[in-house]
Ligand binder design. Structure first.
Ligand SMILES: Cc1cc2nc3c(=O)[nH]c(=O)nc-3n(C[C@H](O)[C@H](O)[C@H](O)COP(=O)(O)OP(=O)(O)OC[C@H]3O[C@@H](n4cnc5c(N)ncnc54)[C@H](O)[C@@H]3O)c2cc1C
Length: 478
């Protein structure tokens, strides 16, 4: 179905435009706007009945930095180099340095672009939180473990998760604003239209698409370029099984039915290269109220594996990918409260041994872990994972255990891997050469977070590199 069609076999084009954008979510709206602003006649194909995509469901964190007005207002110094240092450490191993460099160098400009479209941010911050959902009156958050080990030693901690203001969820406001801006710029739309295959000419140039509109197959010609901005593949079981099998342990998938990887496969079918298909983000929203971070998270061997005060998405990635989604949060009475999602302790015991046995951990394992942790925490030290005070404190019985297993708790994954693109949005082939006429952005591509993640990076790199892809597809130089 995603196999390319030959232009010579197309009998008639139902629609024509200079630039055809697939998907009217975060990346697609930015791409469409910029292509239209560059003077192109732009048509957006959207399989749903309206603009929005996963972006409209999102919390509306956008990762921006380098000294934004909101950061300055909240009293934080940040610089382009500082932001680069954090992202190169957090989005590795071996992140896409060219994407990170440009993203950081133009972050202030991208904020201006968003504000010019009507997006509003706020310069207030809750300094301790690390990637939970925004709370009322909050404008800025640490969303990637910037203020936790090891990143607080590699870069000066600065909050960069800018929350879109004006309603909840912020992503809905973002998408209403960006899609309206694109339409006001002259972009045409075709809803209930699902792109299924690319059309190529005799020189292997992408010159259009075949799509299903209200169930009928139509061909759409793209005179200068096609931009694939159709989300990731978290909702395609076969691709998840092939590339990101760790996700199988989770029930929840963060995305829309459009996240079926179809546009990635369409591009692969014309020879596109993919990158980091195994990379996932996985929120594990255990860390509110903040007192729960004073607990320790152990695996099925009763051993810690992460600093609990880092970004909850990093904890989730680590727990899911490296511990098969088997984790338990151990916390004492002083720091216990039901999790903010209303999830209470699964076990409460008077002694460490009872808790160990009730959870089913190997005999002596939790005792050893706790004794070691408590001995050092009493001195303000965490030699293994460098959790920082005030979250670093000895835990004394009675103890509670929260069941953080993927079978019991909420793990919220989405995919980060996708088409290998240049910074200007050109989709590369297996030899690393651009495929003529084909561009992509957003979670259809591997972006700033080639591995690792910070909340806000997906809306951030989708809108930023979406803009560049739109300009390129219109024939301009971004
Ligand atoms: C609950 C939730 C909270 C989140 N919070 C945040 C956050 O705070 N910050 C952040 O950065 N990220 C967040 N994310 C992730 C973020 O929303 C997505 O990663 C981001 O929207 C990706 O942008 P995109 O343009 O690639 O995809 P989308 O925004 O999903 O847009 C893709 C569009 O393409 C359409 N489409 C798909 N296939 C086709 C096809 N074949 N033909 C035509 N149309 C097609 C889809 O219907 C969709 O409208 C969150 C996600 C969820 C679900």
């Amino acid at each position: 179905m995603t196999a390319p069609r030959s232009a010579a076999a197309i009998e008639s084009w139902a629609e024509e435009a200079d630039v055809v954008v697939v998907g009217f979510g975060a990346a697609g709206s930015a791409a469409a706007y910029e292509a239209a602003a560059a003077g192109a006649d732009v048509l957006v194909l959207e399989r749903a009945g309206a603009a929005g995509g996963a972006a409209a469901m999102s919390d509306g964190f956008i990762y921006l930095g380098g000294g934004t007005p909101e950061q300055r207002q909240a009293g934080f110094d940040d610089s382009v180099d500082n932001m680069k240092a954090f992202l190169k450490a957090a989005c590795g191993p071996s992140p896409d340095e060219a994407k990170i460099d440009l993203y950081c160098e133009r972050s202030l400009e991208h904020r201006e672009w968003l504000v010019a479209r009507g997006i509003r941010f706020l310069g207030t911050v809750i300094p301790t939180a690390n990637g939970t959902s925004p709370v009322d009156g909050e404008g800025l958050m640490f969303t990637g473990g910037e203020n936790a080990y090891p990143f607080d030693e590699l870069a000066t901690p600065a909050p960069r998760g800018h929350v879109v203001q004006g309603g909840k969820p912020g992503g809905s406001v973002l998408m209403q604003t960006l899609s309206a801006a694109a339409i006001a710029a002259g972009v045409r739309t075709s809803y209930d239209t699902r792109a299924d295959a690319l059309v190529v000419d005799d020189d292997d140039h992408v010159v259009g698409l075949v799509a299903a509109r209200y169930g009928e197959e139509i061909a759409i010609r793209a005179r200068t370029g096609v931009v694939l901005a159709a989300g990731g593949f978290i909702n395609d079981p076969a691709m998840v099984e092939q590339f990101a099998p760790a996700v199988h342990a989770t029930e929840l998938r963060l995305g829309t039915e459009g996240d079926d990887g179809r546009s990635i496969r369409m591009a692969q079918a014309v020879g596109a290269r993919v990158k980091r298909m195994d990379a996932i983000e996985c929120a594990l929203p255990f860390n509110a109220p903040r007192s729960l971070v004073s607990g320790i998270i152990v695996n099925r061997l009763g051993q810690r594996f992460v600093n609990e005060d880092t970004y909850m998405g990093r904890v989730g990635q680590t727990a899911l990918v490296h511990q098969s989604g088997e984790a338990y949060l151990i916390v004492d009475e002083e720091h216990y409260a039901p999790n903010w999602l209303g999830i209470a302790a699964a076990w409460v015991c008077e002694t460490v041994e009872d808790l160990e046995s009730e959870i089913g951990l190997p005999s002596g394992s939790l005792r050893t872990t706790l004794d070691y942790f408590n001995e050092h925490a009493a001195r303000g030290e965490d030699p293994l994972f460098h959790k920082r005070p005030p979250a670093l404190t000895p835990l004394t019985p009675p103890l509670a255990g929260l069941d953080l297993r993927a079978s019991s708790f909420i793990y919220a994954p989405f995919t980060l891997g996708g088409l290998h693109t240049r910074v200007d949005g050109a989709v590369l082939d297996l030899d690393g050469e651009p495929i003529p006429g084909l561009y992509a952005a957003g979670r259809t591509t591997s972006g700033v977070a080639a591995q690792g993640y910070a909340s806000g990076l997906s809306l951030g790199d989708s809108t930023f590199f979406g803009r560049l892809a739109g300009v390129s597809a219109a024939g301009g130089k971004p």
